[in-house]
Design a protein around this ligand. Structure first.
Ligand SMILES: Cc1cc2nc3c(=O)[nH]c(=O)nc-3n(C[C@H](O)[C@H](O)[C@H](O)COP(=O)(O)OP(=O)(O)OC[C@H]3O[C@@H](n4cnc5c(N)ncnc54)[C@H](O)[C@@H]3O)c2cc1C
Length: 449
């Protein structure tokens, strides 16, 4: 294997198609997406990223960034990919309550370190997601209504711009780039480090309630009717899950459709139980997993354990509101009696603290809508056959409730959408920090297309 000329300027691997290790270097969490760029650079330092950006710029190669591939929806077939997984250091300062996190770190690297000093990271439902990719989209987790978008707590980013310059973006330095990176997602630079404020959540009442097939309709309708009464510290979401009829699924669940109602409320067990009581009363609960939960275990709230890499497909939108007619439309297209190809259909109740922007503003999409909505499939034989038309039908049925905005972390195969003024401003910031257009975007969820 003849070393690539760029290898002389980079500490990490520089690989071309056919080189040993190339396929592993570009492997994504979504196994349905296989990247085949012309070159991949496994960055180990900010200097490696600078060398990669300069090489891409000089050779006219569009540059994309890959951390875990949780956000991968379309294959990258040209240009240069920078992988960040080797830049994975995390330092937690209990006194200033700030975590300094490398570009390749996962939330699962941060959460135990924060916990060790009695603090918590406002992370997503799954902690195997990359911190930086998650924050660049905003980040809506199980504490969304009480704590807002996770990016609201970013103090600063270290970024390599399109000209190969290293800048600190914060409220006082490069404030325009800081505004854009908090929610504007792709095409803005390569982030090599981020500093995030941690929070104190001494008590948490959380988990999920499982309802059996015959109660799915009642619980979905009842939950949606209850959401306007929820206080801002309570975050809930509902997923209709159809377990496949395969041996890997244990018998009580095999081939079954259930509704999983997730609940999270910082505070003591007594007030938590009081807030959850109307939900427990909606129908007989099959499995009650809501109770006192250590905040370091918030990734258990959405149930089903840590997601494993595999093929996945999804379409999404955000909803301005949701009522009983919306529930009827969802059930008609994806309920237990419907003939549909989805493995899961999920609605998350947001608004709450997510509706309040940070001082100085941010590019986050989705402060206005009240819910996220998404459908997902995991059987690759359906990805190009029945899933697209089934998803199009349900998204069309939900048009009356659909918001103009669609947060990139929830876009899946759909194109992310920002408000018009935010889109215009993002375009300006991209032009300012990447005048030659070196940065490409890896999927429709990355930027407006
Ligand atoms: C199982 C699962 C659960 C999820 N749960 C949630 C959730 O609860 N809440 C939520 O908000 N989102 C959630 N997401 C969405 C997830 O946050 C986004 O897909 C996020 O972009 C993943 O980031 P990543 O780095 O892990 O993935 P990648 O696919 O590696 O990165 C995604 C994109 O982020 C950008 N990016 C990543 N690193 C950098 C960098 N260093 N510099 C510049 N750009 C970079 C790039 O544009 C890249 O294409 C979930 C996704 C999955 C698959």
């Amino acid at each position: 294997m003849v070393p690539h000329p760029l290898a002389a300027h980079v500490l990490g691997p520089v690989l071309s198609p056919g080189d040993e290790g190339f396929a592993d270097e570009v492997l994504t969490f979504n196994r349905a997406v296989v990247h085949t760029p012309e070159l991949v650079v496994g960055a180990t330092t900010t200097a490696d990223v600078v060398a990669a950006v300069r090489w891409a710029s000089e050779h006219g190669l569009p540059l994309t960034v890959l951390a875990t591939g949780h956000g991968a929806t379309v294959p990258v077939r040209s240009g240069l990919i920078v992988t960040t997984r080797r830049i994975s250091g995390v330092v937690v300062d209990g006194e200033s309550r700030v975590a300094t996190i490398g570009a390749g770190a996962l939330w699962s690297d941060v959460v135990p370190m924060a916990d060790a000093v009695g603090l918590a990271a406002v992370a997503g439902a799954s902690t195997v997601v990359g911190v930086v990719g998650y924050l660049l989209g905003g980040g809506l987790g199980p504490l969304a209504r009480s704590h807002g978008f996770s990016s609201d707590r970013v103090e600063s980013f270290t970024v390599v711009t399109g000209t190969g310059e290293v800048v600190e973006a914060s409220a006082t330095d490069h404030a325009d780039l800081f505004w854009a990176l908090r929610g504007g997602r792709g095409g803005l630079g390569v982030v090599t480090e981020v500093r995030v404020r941690l929070v104190s959540v001494p008590e948490l009442y959380a988990g999920s309630l499982l309802f059996d097939t015959e109660h799915v309709s009642t619980v979905l309708r009842g939950w949606l009717a209850w959401t306007p009464t929820a206080d801002e510290s309570t975050t809930t979401s509902a997923a209709i899950v159809r377990f496949p009829s395969v041996d890997a699924v244990p018998p009580p669940m095999r081939g079954r459709t259930v509704l999983m109602l997730r609940f999270a409320r910082p505070g003591d067990a007594q007030s938590g139980a009081l807030a959850a009581a109307p939900l427990r009363a909606l129908a007989p609960v099959m499995t009650d997993g809501v109770g006192v939960l250590p905040v370091a275990q918030t990734d258990r709230i959405h149930g089903a354990g840590a997601p494993v890499p595999g093929p996945s497909w999804g379409r999404s939108l955000m909803l301005t509101s949701a009522d009983d007619d919306l529930a009827s439309a969802v059930l008609e297209h994806s309920g237990p009696d419907a003939d549909h190809p989805f493995m899961a259909v999920e609605l998350r109740h947001v608004s709450g603290a997510t509706a309040h922007d940070v001082a100085g503003g941010s590019a986050v999409s989705g402060r206005g809508p009240a819910f996220t909505f998404g459908v997902a499939g995991a059987d690759p034989t359906t990805f190009e056959t029945v899933l697209p038309s089934a998803a199009a039908a349900i998204l069309e049925a939900l048009a009356p409730w659909t918001s103009e905005e669609l947060n990139p972390n929830f876009a899946g195969m759909s194109a992310a959408r920002w408000s018009e003024p935010t889109t215009d401003r993002l375009r300006e910031v991209r032009r300012r920090y990447d005048p030659a257009g070196v940065f490409s975007v890896a999927s429709p969820g990355e930027a407006e297309v």
